[in-house]
Write a protein that binds this ligand. Structure first.
Ligand code: MN
Length: 250
């Protein structure tokens, strides 16, 4: 019997996590540990300065007043009676592609799984307007099943983005690299009723640089995007650059 830990960043009450749990229940014993409230864009943050409380919400279903990373760490290291064979995070409402994976709580939960040595998957529905999570959950199940039977990959996680289409309209699967986001008008400045300025991050619709092998291109063309992500973000090109600089101890 395989053990699967599910988490997310949209919170325990999000429809995407329910669809995911239903989709994966046929593969093994599913446990859910997810944030009590929405934690989108919390990245890989860890709660260190206040207590973490766990609330039982149903059979093998727990909410934590914390971040996605807190949930996976707590579940794997302390709370679950046995180590999971797979961590699956999602299904997120909205894409997690390109540099956005750096901010993503959905990806962070899967990354925490990978750090803990558990094969991990992040899955996102690439739309904020489509609320049918069943196709993305079915795809997560197919990928999870293949990964469970293939054995653990070496310290990387799989980031899945699913186009907002019915299953019979999805054109296939593509293994992709992270694309590059173009940020336009990302910060909005306004004035509050007391005449003071405030700022709002995120406004315009994102666009991205073209690149046929990217996650953005795959989803745009109706394919499921599967991006393998490393934990090691060391830049190979940076070695020569740094060694070529004449920097000395002052
Ligand atoms: Mn989210």
């Amino acid at each position: 019997m395989k053990r699967i830990l599910i988490s997310n960043d949209d919170g325990i009450h999000a429809p995407g996590i329910k669809a995911l749990a239903e989709g994966l229940s046929a593969l093994g014993e599913v446990s859910i540990m997810a944030p009590l409230t929405e934690q989108s864009a919390t990245s890989h943050s860890l709660t260190l300065y206040r207590p973490l409380r766990v609330k039982e919400m149903g059979p093998r279903t727990y909410a934590v007043e914390g971040t996605p990373t807190d949930c996976v760490l707590l579940a794997v290291r302390e709370f679950l009676p046995e180590r999971p064979d797979l961590v699956v995070s999602g299904v997120n409402q909205g894409p997690n592609m390109g540099e956005d994976v750096i901010y993503s709580g959905t990806v962070a939960a899967a990354m925490e799984g990978a750090i803990l040595g558990v094969p991990s998957i992040a899955v996102s529905l690439a739309s904020w307007e489509v609320f049918d999570f069943a196709p993305a959950a079915a795809i997560a199940r197919a990928v999870a099943e293949a990964m469970l039977s293939a054995g653990p990959p070496a310290r990387f996680l799989v980031n899945i983005n699913v186009p907002p289409l019915p299953l019979d309209q999805i054109r296939g699967m593509r293994v992709t690299r992270l694309g590059t986001r173009v940020y336009n008008d990302a910060i909005v400045k306004k004035t509050d009723p007391r005449g003071r300025a405030y700022y709002w991050i995120g406004g315009a619709k994102p666009s991205w640089e073209p690149g046929a092998d990217t996650d953005f291109a795959a989803v745009e063309e109706g394919y499921v995007s599967l991006t393998p992500l490393l934990l090691d973000i060391t830049a190979p090109a940076g070695f020569d650059f740094l060694r070529g600089l004449d920097i000395r101890i002052p």
